[in-house]
Structures are given as structure tokens and as C-alpha cells.
Design a protein around this ligand. Structure first.
Ligand code: FMN
Length: 445
């Protein structure tokens, strides 16, 4: 049975020796993040004692490809096909009268900092931030529900900023703002990796209910409950939920903040959220994701890989796999593996990749004897199969990502495609060396 609650997943991983339980008290200011970051966000942690608080905190649940696959009960090689299948065949959530997340309710006058820890991560961050909450909103028609993750800077009392970079959600907020009305939001903490993963699916591309996609990833309908003070549904088994409103015509400065690419972002005025209620389970386990760690990058990369595989396949049907590596900030680099059938396949695959994702800057295409998850192997293919004058192409001044520092120098990005496949008909010359017997190394060590 696949665990659908974070506490069940933590138990399961602890029983299998996959979780670090930290008994030593940690300070939410820098120390908590330093411990998580020592494993790059790839290792699950459960912190029992956060200085100044009673509740425990989990981190690092979704930063390792094998563990994410494990959390949804598939082999790592089936992860991307499973994401694609779940987008196509979502499973609807089930509305319940009540659920564990509403075992406790806080309303009225409260200070968020009195309830649960709010960590500070990087040296120059402008303050304490919630960085892992799954935001739930409805679209303008009121019929569709969307999830995403947006960092929220604690402003004191029951107020936070919210940083939204997606055009759809910004447009929606500005629609409410023009009417002078607040926009209702709910934010869920303490969820399994499938919920984080599905939240990264592009609304712009799929317009799908991402909690239903998460249900398909987990192979069952997920229970939801109606919020107490806003007209939104949240996961009945989440650990903590904030309910509130994005206020019209109110901005507070936020940033600098340690961003995805490992640099500090700019300071800018951002919308304000007023929290009207906090609900939580008995013995709630809080959750965080270290910003810019593998745990922030991997869900984005996996969802982008699913899209890339589907779109490149339209022009190069013999595509075998794609990898969006963490070193390329989970969005600027891609490695594409193809079974080469005709001479132009390599460059065509790279062109299709650039067309499908404006953020991509450098794409390498390799044959299917190259391990796309092994950067040494990819480099080996570039070293031994590429002649730059013919195999590398550069498109100057295309669209790029405003989250990328070098892009911001000119507001455009150059694209570089590297066809690291060898010419058709040259299989013998490019055949890799091998040893004709198999051994079990344990017999020797
Ligand atoms: C850990 C984490 C933190 C994120 N923080 C933000 C953020 O602060 N602001 C933002 O706009 N996007 C952030 N994102 C990316 C969005 O969640 C993502 O682009 C969005 O959910 C895509 O869905 P959409 O197309 O519905 O906007 C974050 C993603 C992750 C995994």
C-alpha cells in the first residue's frame, strides 16, 4: 500500500532505514537549513525539536529521484511515464465532512510565529519564510482548482507576502484587485512528494486539477475537506493548513532571498496575504523544503521531463529518454537520448526541445548507449562524438528565463544544441568497449 499521508511515509522510510531522525534541538534560524542542506535536500530528515516550538518538522522528502519513485510505488525508470499517465488519467478527490487536518482550529487574533516555526535559510534573506506550502486557489470561473508552491515571507501577526511568478495566477489576482476584492487562498503543509510533484504541472499547458493528478500518482482518490473560513477544499490528511486572502492593493517589500539558481533575488513589493484561520492535526508535523536544494529542483525537473519527452516524441518518435539535470538548475539544461533512425534526428530533437520549453539554454542529444543520468558518460559522448563546426548550433537572442542571471544582462538567451550522436552506419567505429564475462564483485571484496 502506498502511503498517502506524510506521517505514514515517514514511518515507512524510518522502518526501512531511509530517514534521519534528528533528536538534537535545532534553531529554525539557519541551523535547521544547514542540516538539511548538508545532504543537498536529497535525504529525508525528521527534526524532533525545533528551538522555541513543540512541533517536529520534516524535510528532504522529495529531493532524490529513487525516493520520489519509491513514494509513489514505481521503479525510477517508470517515474516519467507514470507522471504522463497521471496527467492524462487523473483520479478525482473525494469531499469528506471532516478530516484529521481540522482536529485543531485557530481563528481570531493570532501570531503565526506563535504556532509553528518559520525558518530563515540564507545569510542575506530578508526574513523568515514559508517555502514549501502548497497553495490552493480556484480559477476565475470558480469551477477549477489549482495548486502550486509560492514562498511567503512572514510579516508579523497573521500576515505574509506571497511571491507569484506565474502569469495565470497573477492575472487572476489582478482581476480581483480591479474589483477591489480579496482572493481566497489556502496553503497546505505536511504532504507526500506526489502532492509537491503534481503542483509543479504547468497550468498554462495542461489546465488540469493537480490534486486529481496526485491521486492518480498515488493510485487512489484523495480525501479533501472544505476549509473553515474560505470556499476552498484542502487535503484531509495534510498536517497543517493556512486559510486566508490575498488582499487587493496591498504590497510589502520582500527579498532578497536565496533563489533557485543559487543567487540572491532582488527586493521588490509583493502582494500581502492575511491568514484568517490555521487548522492542524494533533501532534502536527511541519514540513519545509530547503530553497535551491535538490528538493526544490527535482519536482520541477521531473514535470519538465514529462513534457519534454512528450513533445520531442512528436518529431523524433525514437526518443528513449530525457534528463533535466540538477546542475543546470533543473530547467536550463537537458540531455536527450534517442535511437538514431535518420541523420537529422539529433538536431531535430534539440530544436523540438527548445521549441517546447523557452527556459532551456543548452541541449545535448546522445545515442541510446549513453547513460543520460551519468554526467561523466554524457561528457564522454561530447568528447568522443562531437565536432563543434558541424555538431554544435547556436541560436542567438531567443527567449529565456528571467530567473536566470546571464539572461538578465540582455533580456534574451542564446540557445546551444549539441548533437553528440555519431553518424548513421558508423556503429562499429563507435562501439563501446566491453568485457565478455559478468562477475559479482562481492565474491572478490
Ligand atoms: C519548493 C518550491 C518553491 C517554489 N517557490 C515559488 C515561488 O516562491 N513563487 C513562484 O511563483 N513559484 C514557485 N515555485 C514554482 C511554482 O510552484 C510552479 O512554477 C507552479 O506551481 C507551476 O504551476 P502553474 O503553472 O499553475 O503556475 C516553487 C516550486 C517549488 C518546488
Amino acid at each position: 500500500m502506498i502511503p498517502v499521508t506524510m506521517r505514514a511515509l515517514l514511518d515507512d522510510w524510518e522502518n526501512r532505514g531511509l530517514l534521519y531522525r534528528i533528536k538534537k534541538e535545532v534553531d529554525p534560524r539557519y541551523e535547521l537549513g544547514a542540516v538539511i542542506n548538508s545532504k543537498q535536500g536529497r535525504q529525508p530528515f525528521l527534526f524532533e525539536k525545533i528551538k522555541g516550538y513543540q512541533s517536529s518538522m520534516a524535510a528532504g522528502l522529495g529531493g532524490d529521484r529513487d525516493l520520489v519513485a519509491d513514494s509513489i510505488g514505481v521503479h525510477t525508470s517508470e517515474l516519467i511515464p507514470k507522471i504522463i499517465e497521471s496527467i492524462v488519467n487523473p483520479i478525482q478527490t473525494t469531499l469528506k465532512e471532516t478530516g484529521p487536518v481540522q482536529e485543531n482550529l485557530v481563528t481570531g487574533d493570532f501570531d503565526l510565529a506563535d504556532l509553528f516555526p518559520i525558518p530563515t535559510y540564507h545569510e542575506k534573506d530578508s526574513g523568515a519564510y514559508y517555502v514549501s506550502g502548497i497553495l490552493v486557489v480556484k480559477d476565475l470561473s470558480g469551477n477549477k482548482r489549482y495548486t502550486s508552491i509560492r514562498r511567503m515571507q512572514y510579516l508579523g501577526g497573521n500576515r505574509t507576502n506571497i511571491l507569484i511568478t506565474s502569469p495565470e495566477l497573477l492575472e487572476q489576482y489582478s482581476h480581483f484587485e480591479k474589483l477591489g476584492e480579496p482572493m481566497e487562498v489556502a496553503v497546505m503543509f505536511g504532504v507526500v512528494p506526489a502532492i509537491v510533484l503534481s503542483s509543479q504541472i504547468s497550468t498554462h499547458l495542461y489546465h488540469t486539477d493537480k490534486l486529481n493528478v496526485a491521486g492518480a500518482l498515488l493510485g487512489q482518490s484523495l480525501d479533501v475537506v472544505r476549509c473553515k473560513t474560505v470556499d476552498l477544499d484542502v487535503l484531509a490528511e495534510a498536517e497543517i493548513v493556512f486559510e486566508g486572502q490575498m488582499l487587493p492593493h496591498e504590497r510589502e517589500m520582500e527579498g532578497p532571498f536565496g533563489e533557485l539558481a543559487g543567487y540572491y533575488g532582488f527586493r521588490s513589493p509583493q502582494p500581502v496575504v492575511e491568514i484568517s484561520a490555521v487548522t492542524y492535526r494533533n501532534n502536527a508535523i511541519n514540513q519545509t523544503i530547503f530553497p535551491s536544494s535538490f528538493e526544490e529542483k527535482l519536482p520541477m525537473a521531473l514535470v519538465r521531463e514529462a513534457t519534454l519527452l512528450s513533445t520531442v516524441r512528436q518529431v523524433v518518435p525514437s526518443i528513449k529518454g530525457v534528463h533535466i539535470p540538477m546542475g543546470g538548475v533543473a530547467r536550463y539544461h537537458a540531455v536527450i537520448q534517442i535511437e538514431k533512425k535518420s541523420e537529422g534526428d539529433g538536431k531535430q530533437a534539440a530544436l523540438a526541445a527548445f521549441a517546447s520549453d523557452k527556459d532551456l539554454k543548452h541541449v545535448v542529444v546522445v545515442n541510446d548507449d549513453v547513460d543520460i543520468f551519468n554526467s561523466d558518460d554524457v561528457e564522454w559522448a561530447i568528447a568522443t562524438r562531437v565536432q563543434a563546426a558541424t555538431d554544435v548550433f547556436i541560436v542567438p537572442g531567443a527567449k529565456g528565463s528571467p530567473l536566470e542571471s546571464s539572461h538578465n544582462l540582455r533580456g534574451v538567451s542564446d540557445k546551444m544544441g549539441i548533437d553528440a550522436t555519431y553518424p548513421l552506419g558508423m556503429e562499429e567505429m563507435f562501439k563501446r568497449t566491453s568485457i565478455p564475462i559478468k562477475i559479482n564483485i562481492d565474491d572478490y571484496l
